[in-house]
Design a protein around this ligand. Structure first.
Ligand SMILES: NC(=O)c1ccc[n+]([C@@H]2O[C@H](COP(=O)([O-])OP(=O)(O)OC[C@H]3O[C@@H](n4cnc5c(N)ncnc54)[C@H](OP(=O)(O)O)[C@@H]3O)[C@@H](O)[C@H]2O)c1
Length: 287
């Protein structure tokens, strides 16, 4: 990478931010497209987020991504939030417009949908109810993606019922019913389902594994794990053994970066096998 006097700038703001793979992702696309641009990690403490975001246009940044713990707080700082991000309740991408104002969006729902479309093309919203494990930030993006695609019923399981109730209250629509269940009911909940998605952090390196009895889930139902370290979680290994189409979390991570790149650098980019291979090599835990 060569930095010049006209290099276009973007970055990722988080605290900490050293674990983020986004600089590698956008660095790959910058190399591939030959754009005179740079994407840098920006460690910003929670108490400084407003000042940091306001400084983006002053410093000539085209925008940024946001990661933990800023995704919710930044929503109240930016000048505009698109309706999708408003529903999800968090932003992960900011684009600075020519007048210096900040527009916030959330690209996780896009990333999820594109990954599912690519890795499980046979899945349709009409395939049956979708089972969603978890009720955190990622679950909200996945539910919005499935609801907007036309899924009529979402069955949610979460350890903390209150959190699931809040998500259902915010995201259920006349077209998409959201029901809440306990882990003990998982076998019944999986019956006649058309899709199962793990959005909990179970299965992630350093967390307990997610061990599920998948015998009541129809074998045509894709099993998606959005955890991407490790790439092959216990859940995906079990799903493979039962003959389910499986979808790992790396594709979602890669696809969610595309709208930001396009907004900052003005060129659309794709998720290719070469990119997947390059990113796979970086998935060992970073300290
Ligand atoms: N592939 C991608 O692009 C992508 C994008 C976003 C996130 N992710 C991954 O998705 C996972 C969740 O992220 P998030 O932002 O939604 O996190 P979050 O907001 O902190 O939510 C975590 C979820 O996991 C559940 N959970 C955690 N530990 C548990 C346990 N021991 N037993 C049962 N449930 C447990 C939580 O349940 P409670 O509500 O009961 O605490 C909650 O539903 C992470 O692994 C993250 O890396 C991947």
């Amino acid at each position: 990478m060569k930095i010049t006097g006209t290099t276009r700038l973007a970055g990722i703001i988080g605290w900490p931010v050293s674990h983020s793979r986004s600089p590698l992702l956008h660095g790959f696309w910058l190399d591939e497209t030959g754009i005179d641009g740079a994407y840098v990690p920006l460690p910003v403490k929670p108490e400084h987020i407003e000042r940091a975001l306001r400084a983006l246009p002053v410093l000539g940044f085209r925008g940024c991504n946001l990661t933990v713990p800023h995704k919710q707080t930044a929503l109240a700082v930016v000048d505009r939030v698109d309706p999708l991000a408003r529903r999800i309740g968090a932003i992960n991408t900011i684009v600075v417009t020519p007048d210096g104002s900040l527009g916030g969006t959330n690209t996780d729902a896009f990333g999820f949908r594109e990954n599912l479309r690519e890795a499980a093309p046979q899945w349709k919203p009409s395939s049956g109810p979708a089972v969603i494990l978890g009720a955190g930030g990622a679950a909200r993006a996945v539910i919005v993606a499935l609801s907007d695609a036309g899924t009529a019923e979402i069955r949610m399981i979460n350890r903390t019922r209150k959190r699931a109730e809040a998500v259902a209250g915010d995201l259920a629509t006349p077209q998409t019913r959201i029901t809440i269940h306990s882990w003990e009911e998982v076998s019944a909940v999986q019956r006649q389902a058309g899709l199962l998605v793990n959005t909990t952090s179970l299965g992630m390196v350093g967390e307990p594994p997610l061990i599920l009895d998948l015998s009541s889930l129809p074998s045509s139902a894709p099993v998606v794990d959005i955890v991407y370290i490790p790439l092959e979680t216990e859940l995906l290994a079990a799903a493979r053994r039962h003959g389910h189409p499986v979808v790992d979390g790396l594709g979602m991570l890669l696809h969610q970066g595309r709208p930001g790149f396009e907004g900052w650098f003005g060129e659309s980019v794709q998720v290719t096998e070469r990119l997947r291979t390059a990113m796979l090599a970086t998935l060992a835990p970073v300290r």
